[in-house]
Design a protein around this ligand. Structure first.
Ligand code: DC
Length: 209
């Protein structure tokens, strides 16, 4: 079984993906980490993020062992990921890795921006997570502070709005809900309630089969 979870920045889709995978005993891939790793490869080398050839080279040399590097979680690397992920050839190189991950047994949960639309259009369950931008900014600010980073909520909100705009309007694989996706608005749900709502969606789809 493949569960696709898509949604904008800081929507909580990553936590939801991890928790759903745990609940069903499936593997989990946070696909944002892949684009973040590509961006960080360029940033760490002091290279220009707008250099498509270098971004493609970094995507070809992707090392999943490095996905745990805490720097990948930072806002500046997230911004960089939004830039490199708009390159069609970067996305093309990364498609196979994601599809292979999804196909391996016993089942997988992938979260990102284009899982239900491009990577796994035949996913068994598709969930599109949304939340009010102000709520997302507030949550992201608290998370950053908990990690010991400084964060100004208004600046985080501006970043979220800019990132949504870039992710939704890029020419290739833009962020949007698949026609057969179930929308989950977690603006007013805490993590536990969000997880319960997602499990209810999966169970409803299973029951209909
Ligand atoms: O979900 P995230 O914040 O880790 O994603 C960082 C950036 O990576 C996001 O702004 C757009 C890009 N991304 C993408 O284009 N496709 C995905 N499946 C996941 C992330």
């Amino acid at each position: 079984m493949i569960i696709a979870i898509d949604g904008p920045a800081a929507s909580g889709k990553g936590t939801l993906g991890k928790r759903l995978a745990h609940h069903y005993g499936f593997r989990h891939l946070d696909t944002g980490v892949i684009y973040r790793a590509v961006a960080w490869a360029l940033m760490a080398a002091g290279e220009d993020l707008h250099n498509e050839a270098l971004a493609v080279a970094a995507a070809l040399e992707l090392d999943p062992e490095k996905f745990g590097n805490p720097v990948l979680k930072t806002q500046k690397v997230g911004d960089g990921a939004s830039v490199v992920s708009a390159f069609p050839r970067v996305r093309e190189v990364l498609v196979n890795f994601q599809r292979q991950f999804a196909a391996d047994p016993p089942g997988a949960v992938l979260d990102g921006r284009d899982i239900g639309t491009v990577i796994c259009p035949d996913a068994d369950v598709k969930i599109f997570v949304v939340a009010d931008p102000r709520v997302r900014a507030h949550r992201r600010t608290l998370e950053a502070r908990a990690r010991g980073e400084e964060a100004d909520e208004e600046a985080v909100l501006a970043d979220i709005i800019k990132r949504d705009e870039r992710d939704q309007n890029r020419a290739i694989a833009p962020l949007r809900a698949a026609a057969d996706a179930h929308t989950l608005d977690n603006s007013n749900l805490d993590i536990e309630a969000g997880v319960r709502a997602a499990i209810a969606i999966v169970e409803a789809v299973r029951a209909r089969r």
